[in-house]
Design a protein around this ligand. Structure first.
Ligand SMILES: C[S@@+](CC[C@H](N)C(=O)[O-])C[C@H]1O[C@@H](n2cnc3c(N)ncnc32)[C@H](O)[C@@H]1O
Length: 228
């Protein structure tokens, strides 16, 4: 923490000798634990998410950095007729959850690097708890890859805590420090999300709170390059 406060940089690499996502890639047990935690957290959120947002207008939803597909499985189970693609690092992505939910015929699991490209063909793209892992510059790179896969008018749903500006205490501000230490990431205010998304070719339409989650759904639309 002291290293991060002094330098503004992540401390994980200084302590463990490699960046956090590489650390998990190199250690199957740590990777498995991380993915299980993420899946259980997603399962706990799913009822609130599908109550707050109607996915039925979409044909295909792509969950970018979607881990083992737990969130996607919940969205698809609540939305008959919707197809889905879960995209994550090759050693993380899996269709086990999707198959166990009996959703295999509506889904695909794709491995890759969201700094290179993400699957095309989605009407909606979801980024849940991905952007807070990264600095603004890295977020713009990820968002630019997502934008490149989308058509103008496509929908992006960012699921993150939206913090209030200023220094009043809030539980999600603890995560702000955790993200800085782990990977140079941060929690963001609505204005910070709007700026970030605008830089990558998106316009924020609305921010929807969820009943019992500290995260919100930030709905944005992919705009034409000359509209930025
Ligand atoms: C904090 S987890 C969130 C997982 C999932 N969205 C959820 O909320 O349960 C961040 C995800 O980003 C993925 N990730 C990290 N670097 C990546 C990369 N370069 N390409 C694709 N996915 C990546 C991780 O494997 C992990 O599953």
């Amino acid at each position: 923490m002291a290293h991060s406060i002094h330098t503004g940089e992540e401390a994980f690499t200084k302590v463990f000798g490699e960046p956090v996502w590489q650390y998990h890639a190199d250690r199957p047990e740590a990777n498995d634990l991380m993915n299980q935690v993420m899946s259980r957290e997603s399962e706990a959120m799913i009822d609130d998410l599908v109550a707050a947002y109607d996915f039925s207008p979409f044909g295909t939803v792509v969950d970018v950095g979607g881990g083992e597909g737990a969130l996607l499985a919940g969205i698809l189970a609540a939305t008959p007729g919707l197809n889905g693609i879960v995209f994550d690092q090759p050693h993380v992505v899996s269709d086990v959850l999707l198959r166990s939910e009996g959703l295999a015929h509506r889904t695909k699991a794709v491995g890759g690097d969201f700094f290179d490209s993400v699957p095309e063909g989605g009407d909606a793209y979801v980024l849940k708890w991905v952007l807070h892992d990264w600095s603004d510059e890295k977020c713009v790179e990820i968002l630019a890859c997502v934008r490149a896969a989308m058509s103008p008018g496509g929908t992006l749903l960012v699921v993150e805590s939206v913090i209030e500006p200023g220094n009043d205490p809030a539980p999600s501000k603890i995560l702000d420090m955790v993200m800085l230490v782990l990977n140079g990431g941060q929690e963001r205010t609505r204005e910070q999300f709007e700026t970030l998304l605008r830089r990558a070719g998106f316009h924020v339409n609305r921010v929807l709170p969820m009943a019992s989650s500290s995260s919100s759904i930030i709905e944005a639309t992919a705009i034409e390059a000359n509209q930025k």
